[in-house]
Design a protein around this ligand. Structure first.
Ligand code: ADE
Ligand code: ZN
Length: 336
């Protein structure tokens, strides 16, 4: 019998559905871009970076994450950021990705929307052609900003609708309920976009309900607080509404004190369509393989559970039916 070790998990074909491109900015590239663009950084050494990357909660992290994104200025910077992530995916046998980007983080400091999206989508196209990694891009609204800002961002996205599959909602969850953006999400759906939302990461299970009922989401990002509400759990199981769970993120941001307390495998056993993702890998200590590895080490994830988690991601993805079947075939081959 094959053991579930790092090598096996690395070559397991995988799919990533919850990844913030700005959160894949490794310190090395951050230093390089700061130098390239003459940008002042808050850190001088790697030791200072490591010291800063210790978080007590989501807001602690977000403060550092938005600061880090200040080094991204030109189209080439966004290309390089995205390409570095895709290269990592290639090393870890990730077949398909659906990254998020946060345009407001950049447009609010004077970077043009088209600079951001053109750099990212050019890299995604090269990723497909040169690395064989398929992708769909998701635009996230920052929920700590207001509805009008989100509408303005959606309007800026209009000329680029061929480059994005959907919209999402991220940033500080508590105090910013999904329904704050009901009308923006209505408009996005009218424009033909799919919707997802971060909910039940730090915020209550109620925010998962309002993401479903008001924002009509196809997936919930995180959603680990769903276990607080038995009716919601039953709904997620009945509807097979996917959760994009991020184990290392959850322990780094103290959603769970320790990986041994994580509820992902309990939800999997109950029949919830949970998936494994890395969220902000440059800040949380690992990409896809490391997230799977953490589940094996702390929770004894089996080969069969790893397979089901990937199967869930393929089924929950926004890839077309042909690509989904291709990926299921690749996964089945891996197990034969
Ligand atoms: N932006 C980047 N990572 C995030 C997370 N884990 N939750 C909310 N917003 C985010
Ligand atoms: Zn996230």
């Amino acid at each position: 019998m094959t053991t579930v070790n790092r090598e096996w998990l690395n070559s397991l074909p995988k799919v990533e559905l919850h990844l913030h491109l700005e959160g894949s900015l490794e310190p090395e590239l951050m230093f390089e871009l700061a130098k390239r663009n003459n940008t002042e950084l808050a850190f001088e050494t790697m030791a200072e970076v490591r010291e800063a990357y210790q978080f007590n909660n989501l807001q602690d992290f977000l403060d550092i994450y938005y600061q880090g994104a200040n080094v991204l200025k030109t189209e080439v910077d966004f290309y390089d950021l995205t390409w570095a992530y895709l290269a990592k995916c290639k090393q870890q046998n990730v077949m398909h990705v659906e990254p998020f980007f946060d345009p407001q983080t950049h447009t609010d400091r004077g970077i043009k929307f088209d600079t951001v999206i053109n750099g990212i989508s050019r890299a995604l196209k090269d990723g497909e052609e040169k690395l064989g990694i398929s992708s769909e891009l998701i635009l996230c609204f920052l929920r700590h900003l207001n509805e009008e800002d989100a509408f303005d961002t959606l309007q800026q996205a209009e000329p680029f609708l061929d480059k994005i599959i959907g919209v999402g909602l991220d940033s500080s969850e508590q105090g910013h309920p999904p329904e704050k953006f009901s009308r923006v999400f209505d408009r996005a759906r009218e424009m033909g976009l799919l919707t997802v939302a971060h909910a039940g990461e730090e915020g209550p299970a109620e925010y998962i309900w309002t993401s479903i009922n008001n924002l009509k989401v196809s997936r919930i990002d995180h959603g680990v607080r769903a276990t607080d509400d038995t009716n919601l759990m039953q709904y997620l199981i009945d509807k097979q509404l996917p959760l994009t769970v991020c184990p290392l993120s959850n322990t780094r941001l103290r959603v769970f004190d320790d990986m041994s307390q994580h509820n992902i495998l309990d939800m999997l056993k109950k029949g919830v369509r949970v998936t494994v993702n890395s969220d902000d890998p440059a800040y949380f200590g690992g990409y896809m393989t490391e997230n799977f590895e953490a589940l094996e080490q702390a929770l004894g994830m089996t080969k069969e559970q790893a397979e089901q988690l990937v199967r869930n991601s393929i089924e929950a993805s926004f890839a077309d039916e042909k690509r989904k079947q291709e990926m299921l075939d690749i996964l089945n081959n891996y197990f034969n």
